[in-house]
Design a protein around this ligand. Structure first.
Ligand SMILES: Cc1cc2nc3c(=O)[nH]c(=O)nc-3n(C[C@H](O)[C@H](O)[C@H](O)COP(=O)(O)O)c2cc1C
Length: 190
């Protein structure tokens, strides 16, 4: 992706070539400014009633480390010490971290629409990062649903819900994936 051709940098090329990145190079993460720029732009998503329900959390080294240890703790509880150690090592190698939340609402229609808007922001973000040669993964793994996680990142679960934990960095490998033929997903009505 870092070596994209000119043609690939079109919107079509970026949408087509973006992949969920599971493995990152050990290079330092892209400059903070690039990430902030992507977050700024990503917010230009459709949003019914302009509620702007999103919030981004950018955990620093200390918080990231605490998240990694929480993951290890959860793995230890579910499996064993060896599995926990492997997870801890793997998570500590992930170069870039950010968390996207959506504001809760007492109105279920608004909450659903706000979540939809946050998902638009998330996809914008993934595409903007990819356009800059930065790979990312949107994850909603078990950790992000834990009270312990909310406490650790100081997110009030009465007020906000985690839409995703996003890992980013330079891709070590770009996985292949596929989609069904478009005809299968389209119904033309009279
Ligand atoms: C809401 C959401 C949650 C996801 N959570 C995970 C996850 O927990 N673990 C994971 O490996 N991938 C996760 N993904 C990434 C998907 O697995 C990935 O998008 C899918 O396999 C298609 O691959 P692609 O993104 O490369 O097109 C998530 C994607 C979305 C939209």
């Amino acid at each position: 992706m870092n070596r994209q051709s000119k043609a690939d940098r079109s919107l079509t090329g970026i949408i087509r070539s973006r992949r969920t990145i599971h493995n990152f190079k050990e290079e330092p993460v892209p400059e903070f400014e690039k990430i902030i720029k992507a977050l700024d732009l990503a917010r230009w998503a459709p949003n019914h009633h302009l509620t702007e329900p999103w919030h981004f959390y950018l955990p620093g080294k200390e918080t990231v480390n605490r998240i990694c240890y929480l993951k290890a703790e959860i793995t230890r509880e579910a499996k064993n010490e060896r599995a926990a150690e492997i997870k801890l090592k793997r998570w500590q190698q992930i170069p870039g971290w950010l968390i996207l939340t959506c504001a809760n609402s007492p109105d279920p229609v608004r909450e659903r629409e706000d979540y939809a808007a946050c998902c638009c922001v998330a996809q914008n973000l993934l595409l903007l990062l990819w356009a800059e040669g930065i790979g990312a993964k949107w994850t909603t793994g078990e950790v992000t649903k834990e009270d312990r996680f909310y406490d650790l990142v100081h997110i009030d679960r009465q007020k906000e819900t985690v839409v995703g934990l996003f890992w980013y960095g330079f891709a070590a490998e770009i996985p292949a994936t596929k989609r069904k033929p478009v005809a299968v997903t389209v119904t033309v009505l009279p």
